[in-house]
Design a protein around this ligand. Structure first.
Ligand code: HEM
Length: 175
């Protein structure tokens, strides 16, 4: 019988996954709306709140993870596959910080303060900048493309374990 992830690990995993997918989809939808409409502005706020929530959960998750190692991979998994999985998981951890941070910095460079849930203003770490604004916009976009690609490989790997290898790796992350 394989060791499973704990319920705390599953909660962090699925909650962050859900919020990332929601923020990503809303990001694409809102930037597609032409002009400046009230709906667009509302979507921008929701997008930022979702993203900041991901950042907060990412901090909690990494702090928790430092003291709670993951269960070992099944012995049937080749060494290179274990290393590839570890590398991809590390990249995903980096991206759940880098993507929201780049969005936050982009907002600051645009001169728009970020007010989480309409209640708490995040620190204005630097002044609006016409030079930084396009750079950070591109950084936010391309980090998102890297995130989408990494999540795609992560999901494909999980499905291969389930359907081809049938080694129970996906089930370890399911309640
Ligand atoms: C998990 C977190 C996040 C994800 C997955 C995400 C995803 C995206 C995506 C896919 C876009 C559309 C990019 C494009 O087509 O140009 C976008 C745009 C944007 N995001 Fe995020 N984002 C996240 C967090 C944040 C945060 C925390 C903020 C600010 C506090 C933010 C601010 C923005 C802004 C202002 C835009 C509009 C860019 C423009 O003007 O075209 N994002 N985001």
């Amino acid at each position: 019988m394989q060791q499973r992830y704990t319920y705390t690990a599953m909660l962090f995993h699925w909650l962050i996954a859900l919020l990332v997918v929601a923020a990503f989809t809303l990001g694409l939808v809102m930037t597609d709306i032409p002009g400046l409409t009230p709906t667009k502005l509302r979507y921008f706020s929701w997008h930022k709140w979702l993203g900041v929530t991901v950042l907060l959960l990412a901090v909690l998750r990494v702090l928790w993870r430092l003291f709670h190692p993951s269960p070992a991979y099944p012995a049937s998994m080749a060494r290179w596959q274990q290393s590839a999985a570890n590398g991809l998981h590390f990249l995903l951890y980096v991206l759940i910080f880098a993507v929201p941070l780049s969005g936050y910095f982009y907002s600051l460079a645009s001169g728009v303060p970020v007010v989480y849930l309409g209640l708490f203003e995040l620190p204005v770490l630097f002044k609006a900048s016409t030079e930084l604004k396009p750079v950070l916009k591109a950084v936010h976009f391309w980090l998102n493309m890297l995130l989408a690609g990494s999540v795609g490989i992560h999901v494909a790997g999980a499905l291969k374990h389930q359907l081809v290898d049938r080694d129970g790796v996906l089930r370890r992350m399911l309640p």
